[in-house]
Design a protein. Structure first.
Length: 267
């Protein structure tokens, strides 16, 4: 079986809860193959990000060139981007491959509060990259940071959708009794997706969702189908999350294999 290649440009999380490992698992579970380029290394556990070391811009760019010369890409996904130079290289990739679906997860702050990207990177993402994306997936906190003059989440969605991309603002970090994700497209009515709110905080839920969307787009699913299917996958992964350390629970992106693996070998 041939799996479509999804180029992932994201950071490394040593705990395995978020970042590249989350992307790899999520894309594989949605029938894609993740080809990964690291944007930065982190000193991180399941509670928070404690330090980060960006990958050199020239080496980052060379890694992308090497993969593009060897592999046919069906979609691309970004997580945390470490520098404005990296943003410029991703923009160049999008210009060279204008038909490549790009999912941008604008990771600015970790779930535990640690900052992953400085404001200058957020500005570069917003002003240079969003216009090339098929969809962006900020959570509510990130949407407000990207739109400091907006007075509501709906205003944030309208501002971001004006860049020409679909905008899925996730509500997992809000106080609503249910999780409400809102889809904004320029000139279209807001579409709401409601999901049961699960107890606790999850490490890597945004990575899981954005990567699943990219994998679904790589399979040539229409955007609305890709968004629905990726959200359902993420909800299932969160519902079967597990604790790997003393901090946040990790989504079980391999939940479909869990029951079979626990049964043990046939006798």
């Amino acid at each position: 079986m041939k799996r479509p290649n999804v180029l992932v440009l994201a950071g490394h999380d040593p705990s395995g809860g978020a970042g590249l490992q989350a992307d790899i698992e999520s894309i594989a579970a949605n029938s894609g193959h993740a080809a990964t380029v690291t944007t930065l290394l982190t000193r991180q556990d399941t509670a928070n990000v404690h330090d980060a070391m960006p990958v050199d811009d020239a080496f980052f760019s060379a890694c992308i060139d090497t993969l593009c010369q060897d592999m046919d890409l069906a979609a691309a996904k970004t997580g945390v981007v470490a520098s404005a130079g990296q943003v410029e290289r991703i923009v160049a990739l999008s210009r060279a491959l204008p038909d490549l679906p790009l999912v941008v997860d604008p990771v600015l702050v970790a779930a535990g509060g640690g900052r992953l990207a400085e404001d200058a990177v957020g500005v570069a993402l917003r002003d240079q990259l969003f216009q090339h994306a098929r969809v962006i997936t900020p959570n509510a906190v990130e949407a407000r940071r990207l739109c400091p003059d907006a007075s509501s989440i709906d205003d944030c969605g309208a501002v971001l959708a004006a860049y020409g991309c679909a905008v899925l603002i996730t509500g997992g970090d809000e106080d609503d009794r249910t999780v409400v994700n809102r889809l904004y497209r320029d000139g279209a009515p807001v579409k709401r997706f409601e999901w049961p709110r699960l107890p606790g905080i999850f490490h890597g839920s945004g990575c899981t969702l954005a990567s699943a969307i990219a994998a679904r787009l790589a399979l040539d699913e229409p955007l609305d189908d890709a968004l629905q299917n990726a959200q359902q996958f993420t909800a299932n992964a969160l519902a079967s999350a597990f604790k790997a350390g003393g901090g946040q629970a990790i989504p079980n992106r391999l939940y479909a294999l869990a029951d079979r693996s626990l049964q043990g070998p046939e006798r």
